[in-house]
Design a protein around this ligand. Sequence first.
Ligand code: AMP
Ligand code: ZN
Length: 466
Amino acid sequence: MNLFLYNSLNLKKEEFTPLQQGKVGLYTCGPTVYNFAHLGNLRTYLFEDFLVRTLLYNGYELKRVMNITDVGHLSGDMDMGEDKVEQEAVREGRSAWDIAAYYTDAFQEDLESLNILAPDIWCRATDHINEQLDLIKTLEKKGYTYRTSDGIYFDTSKFPDYNRLSHLDLDELKEGARVEKNKEKKNLTDFALWKFSPVGSKRQMEWSSPWGIGFPGWHLECSAMSLKYLGDSFDIHCGGVDHVNIHHTNEIAQSEAATGKKFVNYWLHGAFLNISGGKKMAKSDDNFLTLNNALIKKGLNPLSYRLAALQVHYRKPMEYSEDNLRQAENALLALIHQVASLKDEPGQVDEVYQTDFQMAINDDLNMPQALAVLFKMLKSDLSDSDKLAGVINFDQVLGLSLLNQVAARTDIEEIDMSADIQSLLNKRQQARLDKNWELSDSLREDIKRAGYNLEDSSDGQVLKKI
Ligand code: AMP
Ligand code: ZN
């Protein structure tokens, strides 16, 4: 079955044809490790996981690379400001290397909690300084670079079609630009390939180079590492939609200027997770919600967030609210219940539902539609054993770990639930009398995990089986 993906390069859905039959090279921009990933970042990694699993479901052999940005991502736009990792190191009183290692581990744990498949290759910017220096040398030889007092820059006016991905009108951009802070830049869109360490101060992360001691510009690492691991041209490159205009546009410019070949055939971008009012969730704001503080600490299953992300197409903005998360948690519990009620061994996957499911995911990763096929199949008059086979098959892409969750539930159900729930209800009643709302909420969640929704009514606490 053909696979269609929306390509930001051409602004349309296109049939996916890999460079090499049956094989896909995929690069996904990774995190800047100066803090925990927030739910917005994780939405992007979930969308990429839907893509990975869809490609695998279609039988492709995948080589997937994800970078870890541990140097060079500056706090300001236009190559200004502080290095985010070094800045955090000062704030926390730890070394920049410690900060990067700590938040890399935390990020990888988040991916595991969300059942996101790990890439084949993880690569850190600081482990690839030589590759980045080589790339600058090539660009220098070809005449694309110039020097300013604070670094080596890429001259975007020398690269034809610089706006090929962003589709921005560059003249309009110039007119609309706020006061340009770096007066030495030849063009507004030029960007740093190498930044010099500030005069008179020593950075924790810095390297010598033919141009002076310093560190690589942020965009450079993704070009250097994708060219190294996936070759001069590869199939798919992804990230959040905020990467289109600058980061990915600059990656194309420096990679193609260096190799003279087309860098990437398909560019895919995920829409934002917003907080109410349409504001993007961002690390620099106080609307910063992590998997840990928004779900795990509240007793919610991290996979509820995965289900919430499946319910919104990846190119549509998704709105965060605690209510939405709780609804997703309920929906996940209900689904686990349904699957748990299929009392049989897996039989055959029904061909009609399987085709519908694959058509949905192959239509630019239409996961809401894929979920609808799953629910329709569960409601159908297929036998329990064929339904179970369908669940197992579809869950390869959905990644909700449904059978594992059913198995975990069975363990819970073996204990005497009636006594258990009664004691939870008693504790909750006391918590409400004590006005301890946090404890009361967390007990409500425990009761939900045992299979009941709890409503507070004039008759007291009312249980409803999920
Ligand atoms: P960063 O760690 O800032 O480099 O971002 C990691 C990834 O998260 C990038 O692909 C961003 O495009 C993406 N991202 C950042 N904010 C959001 C958001 N609110 N919603 C969805 N993706 C986001
Ligand atoms: Zn990148």
